[in-house]
Design a binder for this molecule. Structure first.
Ligand SMILES: [Zn+2]
Length: 181
């Protein structure tokens, strides 16, 4: 594991106190684990994220740094860039298969992610976005109605969706979408 030695780890600390996504109870820090994250240039660094245990049901969670999309190895800014403008040649140093996977992932997930944002907005008693069915708009434009379309929009939707326990692994996305309907 040479990359552990060659790249300095830095610690991620979240100032916010987030209740557990499963039970809404207190999360206790029980340790940490390393996670590799790759930037636009293809360089990797190692993040140290804290392992947390729910004091309600004892399930394990991991702290989520702002720049991380769950289950993805690249920084969220890279993925955002590629899925925002799928037609444009990418500046991200990743192979074609990876870029294609991100585009397909976003295409498959966008309806579900929009549904999550709507349900969070309703839960927070914010008016759902008016006329969300404007079909001429791209998914990322529609997401922009909730979190703004300035850069960083992907990072801005990840955290609330994860904290609401709505983030799903792509493999399960379609199943979950079915269940929520
Ligand atoms: Zn729990």
């Amino acid at each position: 594991m040479s990359w552990l030695r060659s790249h300095p780890a830095f610690f991620v600390r979240c100032a916010e106190v987030v209740p557990s996504p499963c039970c809404g109870k207190e999360l206790k820090v029980i340790g940490s684990r390393k996670r590799k994250l790759t930037s636009e240039s293809g360089e990797s660094r190692v993040l140290v994220v804290r392992r947390l245990r729910c004091s309600g049901c004892r399930s394990i969670h991991h702290e989520l740094p702002d720049c991380v999309v769950p289950y993805k190895r690249y920084e969220s800014a890279c993925i955002e860039q590629v899925v925002s403008e799928p037609e444009r040649p990418s500046v991200v140093a990743a192979d074609d298969a990876t870029l294609r996977r991100w585009k397909n992932w976003f295409k498959g997930m966008s309806t579900y992610l929009l549904g999550c944002l709507t349900s969070i907005a309703i839960r927070l008693h914010q008016d759902p976005v008016e006329n969300p069915s404007v079909s001429s708009q791209s998914a990322h434009q529609r997401i922009g109605h909730y979190v703004g379309d300035a850069s960083g929009w992907l990072a801005r939707i990840v955290r609330p969706i994860v904290n609401s326990n709505l983030w799903v692994h792509t493999r399960f996305a379609f199943l979950s979408t079915q269940l929520l309907r």
